[in-house]
Ligand binder design. Sequence first.
Ligand SMILES: Nc1ncnc2c1ncn2[C@@H]1O[C@H](COP(=O)(O)OP(=O)(O)OP(=O)(O)O)[C@@H](O)[C@H]1O
Ligand SMILES: [Mg+2]
Length: 312
Amino acid sequence: MIKVEGISHRFGSFLALQDVWFRVPRGEIFGFIGPNGAGKTTTLRMMATLLQPDVGRVLIDGIDVVEDPAAIRQLIGFMPDDFGVYERVTVQEYLDFFAAAHGLTYESRGRTVDAVMELTELGGLRTRLVAQMSKGMKQRLAIARTLLHDPEVLILDEPANGLDPRARIEMRDLIEELQSLGKTIVLSSHILTELSDMCTSVAILEKGRLLAAGTVGEIGETLNPERAVRLRFLAHPAHATDVTSAFAQLPFVGAIERQPDGDYRVAYRGGDSEVAAIVATAVGAGLLVVRVEPDVNDLERIFLEVTKGELQ
Ligand SMILES: Nc1ncnc2c1ncn2[C@@H]1O[C@H](COP(=O)(O)OP(=O)(O)OP(=O)(O)O)[C@@H](O)[C@H]1O
Ligand SMILES: [Mg+2]
């Protein structure tokens, strides 16, 4: 659906983006991740026709964003990372204004605005002044605004930024609902774990360069071949071999650490078949396995390692 092909961009002499390539298949929720200043907003603005690449091109549904920006604007809804200054209007007036700006007729506007308010659960707030809305409500309104012309692709710059945990979960539910309606969604964040439970694939950007792209699992493997599982055992049976010695025979197992909650974190190199071998070995050694899960904190650790947490 979206092809980003070798884009580079300079602001003056500063090279903000350098030879970035990735693809977003139709129907995906694609996460664009990188620390502050990595070039996320610059890339998203190019997809949204607001900035042109110096080199390379961006195609959405086969259309080049530079060659036919009007067609692209019909195809996409873009939510910038700043909200703008239309604060002395109500939610309904705000949406009606942007519906009119998209060329919707007076008759169809009412219906469209109602439908969008219902989808984003803003119906109860229609007469609320934008100035009196919380950050979470404003983010919803900003998404509502991108939906008015029923675009196929949504490009959302930091939609979860500044939201409390509940508002973030509601945001995730909304984004997943939009995906189920058939939309392709690209969103950015500087926090990997904020996106890893909702994105079907991600790309990691640092200092204008793409470090990795793919599913969250694939990226973990590319950036750091050592992964970990957390194992929980039923209270140790007396005959069980010690957990560490049980895994000593497995060459792909690395460090084994007991966690404060009693789980064991077992590092390994490989994929699902190695996890299956770890579980089979534990069971063979008389350990009663009650839970196996990937060590998700790993993702954040990998991300921090590869991006070194530097501001650019
Ligand atoms: N209009 C501009 N003029 C000059 N430099 C710019 C301009 N816009 C962005 N930059 C620079 O380009 C780099 C990438 O900026 P960008 O806003 O794309 O980063 P980002 O990944 O969105 O960061 P953040 O997480 O802070 O939003 C930064 O170093 C920034 O200072
Ligand atoms: Mg940004």
